[in-house]
Design a protein around this ligand. Sequence first.
Ligand code: DXP
Ligand SMILES: NCC(=O)COP(=O)(O)O
Length: 268
Amino acid sequence: MHPPRILLGVNIDHIATLRQARGTRYPDPVQAALLAEEAGADGITVHLREDRRHIQERDVRLLDEVLTTRMNLEMAVTEEMLAFAEKIRPAHVCLVPEKREELTTEGGLDVVGSLDAVVAACRRLAVAGCEVSLFIDPEPAQIEAAVTAGAPVIELHTGAYAEARGEAAALEHARLSAAVEMAADLGLTVNAGHGLHYHNVEAIAAIPGLHELNIGHGIIARALFVGLKEAVAEMKRLAIAGQEAGLLAALDEHDHGHPHAAPEHVDR
Ligand SMILES: CC(=O)[C@@H](O)[C@H](O)COP(=O)(O)O
Ligand SMILES: NCC(=O)COP(=O)(O)O
C-alpha cells in the first residue's frame, strides 16, 4: 500500500525578518502565506520568538483568520507563549527550545530534562484543541520522553544533518532514519525540519515514515530569484520525488535483498 504523500509546511519567518530589518509594513508574511498555499503548501509554519525578531503576534492573529490550510505555531515553553496559544488555538503547536542570543534554533527541546513543564504544556494545549508536536533531536531518550509527555507528534531537528559533510552527513542521515523508525513504531507522527534546502531535501524525504517536512530559510532564499510560488512548488516536487525514491529503495530491499539507490546527500 502506498503511504500518504509527504506534506510540505512552509515556514515564512524570514519574510518577516526582512520586514523587521527596516520596520516597514512590507514584505508581508500573510501575503507570503497565501501565495505559498496557492503554490501547494500543505500548511504554514511560523515561529513566534520571545524576542519577536521576525514574526509578531499580529501576524499570527491575521494568519489565523485567513489561512485555508492550517497553522503550525512554533513557540517556547513559557507561560506567555502558552497563554497566547490558548487564545489563538492554532491547529498545531510545535514546542521548541529558544535562546535569546542564538542565530537560529541550535538543538532540539530537552524533553528528558524538562519533562514536568513539557507534560503540563502538552496538556494545556490539548485542552485548547491544538495538536502538539515536540521539536527534538533524533535521540532515543528524547523520543521516549515525547511519548511519556503525551505529545502525538514530534519534529526531528535536521540541522546537524544539514550542516554535516561527507561521512558525517551519512551518519546523521542514519541517525535520523533510525529515529523515524523508532518514533513511528511507538505510534508518533513524525515530521522533520531545519536547514533543509533544494540539495538535501530528497535524501530526507526518502526516509520511510515521515509525515511532513517544515522548510523556511531555503525556500525564502530561493524565492528571491524565482518567486515564492515557484520556490514552494519546486520544493514540493523534490520532497515528493524523494519520498517516491525512498519507497522504491525499500521495495527493492524487500524483494531482492539489496536496496535501489536512494537519493543521497549532496554536499554544497
Ligand atoms: C524551530 C525552527 O527550526 C525554525 O522555526 C527556525 O528556528 C526559524 O528560523 P530562526 O531560527 O531564524 O528563527
Ligand atoms: N521547524 C523547522 C522550520 O520550520 C524551518 O526551518 P528552516 O528551514 O528555516 O531552517
